[in-house]
Design a binder for this molecule. Sequence first.
Ligand code: BGC
Length: 735
Amino acid sequence: MPNAAKPADPRVESLLARMTVEEKVGQLGVFADMVRPFAPDVNPENNVRNAGEVLEQVRAGRVGSLFNGVGAAQGREIQRVAVEESRLGIPVILAADVIHGMRTVFPIPLGEAASFEPELAYRTARATAIEATAAGIHWTYAPAVDIARDQRWGRGAEGAGEDTFLGCAFAAARVRGFQGADLRAADSLLATPKHFVGYGAVAAGMEYNYVEIAEGTLRDVHLPPFKAALDAGALAVMTAFNDINGVPASANHALLTGLLREQWGFPGVVVSDYTADMELVAHGYAADDRDATLRAFSAGMDMSMQSGFYAAHLPALVESGQVPMAALDAAVRRVLELKAAVGLFDDPYRSLDPARESDVSQLPAHEALARDAARRSIVLLRNEADVLPLRGGQRIAAIGPFVRDRDNIEGCWTLFGDKTRYVTLEEGLRAGLPAGSTLEVVDGCGLEAPLEGGIEAAVAAARAADVVLLAVGEPQRYSGEAQSRTRIVIPPAQQALAEAVAATGTPVVVLLRNGRALALEGAVRDAAAILVTWFLGSQTGHAVADVVYGGYSPSARLPVSFPHDSGQQPFFYNHPRTGRPETPEMSEFKARWREHPNTALYPFGHGLGYARIEYGPTAVSAPVLDWDGTLEVRATVRNAGTRAVEEVVQLYLHDRVGSRVRPVRELKGFRKLELQPGESREVVFALSRAQLAFTRADVSHGAEPGAFDVWIAPSSVAGAPARFELLPPQDAARG
Ligand code: BGC
């Protein structure tokens, strides 16, 4: 891409000089790839073209990019038409939604964020890129880096949860993993942080809804993961469907041009979300199709996905002078530079090699990674009387609609997973069954409806068992795009099953299937043990068995707060302080609900392993932090248990007085470390002014002198803080 370090590709300028307006506009069009097998359930009503028409458009130079088709051989044929049969021979770039795996499916991104291991996300993204590029894909519409503070919203499953610091770490790791070290390599998959911006803040968690957001919240919470992704080298950004304070994100000049291009210096391509330019009319922000085109393009949207609006209206807008030719050229230049950056002008058949596709279709290393990633994503919320791990010699009843299920394993946005390789819970539990244990499997109910005789069979199995593994939760289609919920609970038929099984008195271990934080109720909430298993992907059954039978001690932590009740949403741990916090001293006139305390049932950062970890007090190296200085924060953690575990040590900060009301706590660091039985480790974090910065009342970014609390703790609510003071610059100067 053009930047100070790298000169523009001369082939790009030479092409630009020869292109007609129609050919230029053609480069800005992204259309469904109807030539190759296409993921049929994605927006089917808009896929009106057929394969012949699409190829004809490629031949005519009217297509810059195709998306969501798959296959190297047919991809090669598309490219051959573009390169050999179009007038200027400009290659197309082939894109797809490859979000958390290709043939091998890894945990949903929210689940993987629970690992608190960005390095793991790097590795799964790398593996995903290897498989996707082998299948003839150059470009993924991922990672989703939206911060989801409202669990009613279904697309939280695609991101890294409610916290910005964690979100930034995962955004950057995923970009690096997809793209690899060399963008031109055959296994480099171009990344696209999305959806720019504020999509996770839709009102009431309702998909596609409006966003009304304070400037400071936008800047401090929702924008940083995009910046982190771009700093990690992402060269494309996808716009969001929502408006922001009245201006649709996809026609938002202040954000797309003012911030992204001018302030951040983003050199890459801005691609619309699916028909987002068309939707400006429905928003009531554009009078008609032509007006929508003008507004989206003028705001800074380079590529238009699927609406065909740019093809239909940009030439006339250029002709009339409403869109300057220079602006059109700038957008086309960015698209061509993107193609140059990924090596398509040197080798248009890059990543379109059928031999490589068959070699890479099933890699044992990717299966092993999928299993490890899955077990590293499982969160143990509760473990009364150490019911987990199960010991050998037990009679186990595995009950619930997910035990044998194969259709709710992959999670949302998995278009190309190889379902024949998915390991069900039953398969995994049987494969790992300890010697002397028995396993009985009963469905008990359907995902949403009771089964004739289901509860009776489940109760009989529970009675005959020493322990029940109860696999309940959300069907897969409850999360992902367009899947907002008003009540984030388990479907009633499953809850009824849980109540009946619990009433037998046999200890219950819940294996929760979920694409968001849930409000757990009744017997599910009160079960002896609860494992949050999200949608774990291909190796689901083996990963759960590893944890349940003790081969792996759970090491994940919640990236989203589990509330007491749906009505608490939006609920997130790092909320601003109120004037009437809920403290024991205050009367009933305080910030709380009538029915529930103003807390999480299980907070962000919470998770247990198979050993108790003790935290010593948090200490700071000095009571003051000079304006340009650093401070060390330290604590000793000790494994008081009898087996090695991994602990996620978390650093939280609170600014005690600010020009804007500050969050009660904010994550500023984390470290996952392995602790042997009895082992103690001192954990040290460095703090400097940069980590204390926020968007101040005057909208400038920076820290404010004054007192801060700091915690090294096992969750966002645990521990007692140490305190220090950030000195103002003049005090530091005085010494
Ligand atoms: C989604 C995007 C996705 C696009 C292309 C849209 O509906 O919002 O996340 O990349 O479709 O499939």
